[in-house]
Design a protein around this ligand. Structure first.
Ligand code: PMV
Length: 332
């Protein structure tokens, strides 16, 4: 059955306007529309192959070959495969091998790239090509809603709406604007509170509804700044938005603190760099690591400053990317 083997590489994405708060947790319907930039280098590679077996086989592909994942890692993947089979009207079980080239579960959206790569490779191995809309809808229902943005390249908007309307659409291709994302890594372990729990708690924050009121204007500012390549407006807006996400997390009941002392050290350093005349702006997902966005001319000096900070373990130099790719080389 190896002729049905399919391998896809799918990138992570960084939210410029965040998905935070859920209307329907089972379907991953977000409370608000979000906008992201698809990354280039932080990717998950996933191979899927039909097998004649009673259950799916899930493997992590690492430097030492295939190793079985923990049950906590495999269960959501099998749940997603069951849902894909139901949607696509097929029964075959699959052997899956997956590999991230960046730290898993560290707030670097490994679940977004992981579920995007799984959706594309599994559907293809099951004999179904997907339109971008179908791929995005199916990836959204994985449980990691932001995976729906990782099936597209460039700048992407995921609309809030009904089950059939809530999928990602392209705003601009990667070639429209060469933005860089220098990721300052201060923690590589898994985060204490999953984004799934964070979404569920978000509406307990007294600031949650206020952010909903502010979002239409903020979304419009980001769309216009992207269209006009207006970096100061984009940067100021995404920094304000990221702080709001964490404000809501910190004021949820119970409170969630994703930041570490290193997060604050980086936020402060990026403000200092701006005062020195270097345009760079920070954003964080549900984790302690900081994505610092800049234009190409500022990247070298930004990397140097971030690497000099005591709390930064390492930096990942990434940037806008063109989206998932089908590969001819398989992991299994
Ligand atoms: O897709 P999830 O359930 O992992 O949630 C993603 C949440 C944030 O990364 C914080 C924001 C986003 O839009 O990516």
């Amino acid at each position: 059955m190896s002729e049905d083997k399919a391998t896809f590489e799918a990138p992570s994405n960084i939210a410029l306007i965040k998905y935070w708060g859920v209307l329907d947790a089972a379907l991953c319907l977000p409370r608000n529309t979000s906008i992201s930039m698809t990354l280039d280098r932080c990717v998950t590679t996933c191979t899927a192959e039909p097998i004649d077996a009673a259950s799916d086989e899930i493997w992590l592909a690492g430097a030492n070959g295939l190793v079985p994942p923990t049950p906590g890692f495999a269960e959501p993947m099998v749940r997603h495969l069951d849902q894909l089979r139901r949607e696509l009207g097929v029964r075959s079980k699959l052997r899956i091998a997956t590999r991230n080239n960046f730290p898993s579960a560290a707030g670097l959206a490994s679940s977004a790239s992981g579920f995007a790569a799984l959706t594309l490779s599994a559907a293809s191995a099951l004999g179904r090509g997907l339109s971008p809309r179908e791929a995005s809808l199916l990836a959204r229902r994985s449980g990691s809603g932001s995976a729906c943005r990782s099936v597209l390249g460039g700048y992407v908007e995921w609309a809030a709406g009904s089950d059939e309307e809530s999928y990602a659409r392209p705003l601009a291709p990667a070639g429209h604007w060469d933005l860089r994302d220098v990721i300052a890594v201060v923690e590589t372990g898994p985060k204490a509170i999953s984004s799934r729990d964070g979404h569920a708690l978000a509406s307990t924050s007294p600031y949650f509804e206020r952010r909903q009121e502010l979002l239409p204007d903020r979304l419009a500012r980001v769309r216009t700044a992207l269209a006009e390549r207006d970096f100061p407006t984009l940067g100021a807006t995404i920094e304000e938005e990221a702080i709001d996400l964490h404000l809501i997390a910190m004021s949820s009941q119970p409170a969630i603190f994703y930041w570490s002392p290193g997060t604050l050290e980086i936020l402060r350093a990026v403000r200092e760099l701006r005062r020195e005349g270097l345009p760079a702006y920070s954003t964080m997902d549900a984790g302690a690591n900081v994505h610092v966005l800049c234009e190409p001319a500022a990247e070298g000096a930004l990397v140097e400053r971030l690497e000099s900070l005591g709390s930064v373990g390492f930096v990942i130099r990434d940037g806008v990317g063109t989206g998932p790719e089908r590969l001819t080389e398989h992991l299994i």
